[in-house]
Ligand binder design. Sequence first.
Ligand SMILES: [Zn+2]
Ligand SMILES: [Zn+2]
Length: 327
Amino acid sequence: MMNEVTTLANGWLQVKIPLPFSLKWINSYVIPEQEGYTIIDPGLRTVEAIELWDKVLQQYNIQWNSIARIVLTHQHPDHYGLAGYMQMKSGCSVYISKRSHQYALRLWGEESDYPAALRELYLEHGMPAHVMDSIADNLASFIEKVSPHPKVSYIEAGESIMLGGVSWVLIDAPGHAFGGLCFYQIEWGWMICGDQVLPRITPNVSVVPGEERDPLAAFLQSLEELKSYEVKLALPGHRDPFTDFQGRIIELQAHHARRLKGMVEQLSEQPRNAFDLCESLFGGRLRDNPHNLRFAMSETLAHLFHLEEQGLVHSKRIDDLLIFSTE
Ligand SMILES: [Zn+2]
Ligand SMILES: [Zn+2]
């Protein structure tokens, strides 16, 4: 069993909240305040996550009603999902950017247009309908894991916020999640970076129907901007806090450059649709894991759309399918 709680140098707690997928856990950070506590990213709403919170709060003698605030780096269910439940238990305020909040409501709200839009996108890019069905089921299973939605207050990039008695600057960090925020503390050189920069995991960059067509461009631009910050310790949403923030950004930039180059090479040999390319990049066994397949497919599309925006590949509609080539 992994060690669930780590005390950081400044007395904050890093709590590893279990996740029912290959990421294994999400980091919540518990910050002692003059009155009560702030929690960064409480996790996904599952029985296991709630059990762990009960255990940790008891162990550290924290009452539910002393949780004063939840601050969210971004809207993905593994970060946002438990916020409403925790607010119900504690009465705390929940802070998130407006764009992130609107996304959460759009994707996981009652009359979401997202599953239908995603189906249309994936089918025209070559995914077989029965594979899409398993993705749709998996998507629907998230609704209970983000319910109830919290009542929120907005925080935005460019503002600052007090966490643990010191001031943090909020930085716009789009691409992995539009509306996502990083939090930077200049004297400490600490960066709370959500999923924008992760150690040993490549942050997912997905095309989301109804949003920017080229999220990878925004992500790469954000990495370039984040690289200029002097960071002594980065607190990520997954895996453990790490020190070489700049070095990790350089690795991520190199990963995407390699991936883009490899895709152009593959397409110059043979025109293909996005789903074919996805399976050749990530392997056909992903069909057994609809969650991971959705990430892989949307990431493949992100790279293809980025290449298309740059004029390096072109798509043509043949029958009902979009086929990419370098011609
Ligand atoms: Zn995320
Ligand atoms: Zn995450």
